[in-house]
Design a protein around this ligand. Structure first.
Ligand SMILES: [Zn+2]
Length: 404
């Protein structure tokens, strides 16, 4: 087999490594592509990521009539003409698969170029303008999709004369497609379309799901703007592969964790609408959890947590704060509400408290009654996973709909 890895050809201003990979597949049509191209998302916390920190891997049938250097040169021609000038592309051609542990490092830690050189020294590779993309290219080849959760994304691309213009995709068609078997993350709960990007990149839309047949039907339904071409990727999106189950004693910035603990402070809100609460684990270690404004309605779910709720949280650490990706309540703490002040049974007026933990007294006839007991109420949350709307979600985050 011949493995090809490509990464870091785009930038925040546009360009798209997936589109470039479609050109590479066309260029290498004399080789036989095996299976789907892979779109491999890596640690969403790397400081230099573009939109989704996604790298591409392609596998071709072994072919001894072509050298790795020739393949690399043909790919580099495309990368040089198509990549964004501020990107740092990396391309690797290898006859050997790279080890899965390299993928785990790429998706869970922050790798530097120095750390991956030992993995790729026997491959044929080239980095341009700094070549940071070699990291993602190597990790993409290393991803063994037979040992990991996988989903698909069908990416549709626009005609070049449309790039940078408004995409014309009707909401009603997105709504139809979103109901196809296994499809996820097309729309937010409030009906906002999340499968259509807003950047000036060549992507018209990306349809994600667990069943490739459902996605391919999207090509017929979505419009009125139609795709010039499309490419189905096998991906690690929605796998939660970036999450590590770690003790709160082993936290470091840049990692994403899944941890169980108890809500240790009443959630509170600060200017801008961000929500915070503290979580405490069995060892009495705490971490502050945050749900920021872009997570929308998710914050109103956070508001319903109370001190003592036993929960599982997933999120990424930044400045010692856990930025929540989702949470689930395992066991609810008892919830109580204060009943209304009792009525005086002679005067039928509301009685008043005479102080903390003391009786209630009628201001007219001075009748006293003991303080009424707090009333137990049911939680206003379920035991399911709660997550931000899909437009605010990480590509790697497993959608609540796919969680066990
Ligand atoms: Zn009274």
């Amino acid at each position: 087999m011949i493995y090809v890895g490509i990464d870091d050809t785009d930038s925040l201003e546009g360009g798209c490594t997936t589109y470039l990979s479609s050109k590479v597949i066309d260029e290498l049509s004399d080789l036989s592509l095996i299976g789907e191209p892979r779109l491999v998302r890596l640690n969403p916390n790397v400081p230099w990521k573009t939109r989704g920190n996604g790298a591409i891997a392609l596998t071709f049938k072994n072919n001894t009539s072509i050298t790795d250097q020739e393949i690399l040169d043909r790919i580099l021609q495309i990368v040089k003409s198509e990549s964004h000038p501020s990107s740092q592309p990396g391309v690797i051609v290898s006859r050997k698969k790279l080890p899965m542990n390299l993928y785990w490092k790429g998706v869970r830690t922050i790798l530097s170029k120095d750390k991956i050189i030992k993995y790729i020294k026997e491959t044929t590779f080239k980095g341009l303008r700094g070549g940071r993309g070699l990291i993602g290219a190597a990790c993409a080849i290393a991803w063994d999709f037979t040992k990991s959760d996988t989903t698909y994304e069908l990416l549709a691309y626009r005609k070049k004369n449309k790039w940078g213009t408004i995409r014309n995709i009707s909401k009603s068609q997105v709504n139809i497609v979103s109901k196809f078997d296994g499809v996820f993350s097309c729309m937010d709960g409030d009906g906002k379309i999340s499968m259509v990007p807003h950047s000036p990149c060549p992507v018209l839309w990306g349809l994600r799901g667990t069943k490739s047949d459902s996605l391919l039907k999207g090509l017929v339904h979505l419009g009125p703007e139609k795709a010039e071409k499309s490419l189905l990727f096998l991906t690690n999106q929605g796998s939660d592969d970036h999450l590590q189950e770690k003790s709160l004693s082993k936290l470091e910035d840049g990692i994403c964790i899944k941890v169980r603990g108890k809500v240790h402070s009443t959630p509170y809100s600060i200017k801008g609408g961000h929500r915070f609460f503290d979580l405490i684990d069995d060892n009495n270690l705490t971490v502050t959890c945050a749900a920021y404004e872009p997570s929308g309605d998710f914050r109103t779910k956070v508001d319903k947590l109370i001190q003592g709720d036993d929960i599982i949280v997933c999120g990424s650490l930044s400045h010692e704060t856990l930025n929540l990706e989702k949470f689930k309540v395992v066991r609810f703490e008892n919830r109580y509400v204060k009943p209304p002040n009792p009525l005086c049974n002679k005067c039928h007026t509301r009685m008043h408290s005479t102080g903390k933990n003391s009786d209630y007294k009628c201001r007219i006839c001075s009748t006293k009654l003991p303080k009424p007991a707090y009333k137990s109420v049911l939680p206003d949350l379920d035991t399911c996973w709660y997550e931000p709307p899909s437009s605010a979600r990480r590509h790697l985050s497993k959608p609540a709909a796919l969680m066990d």
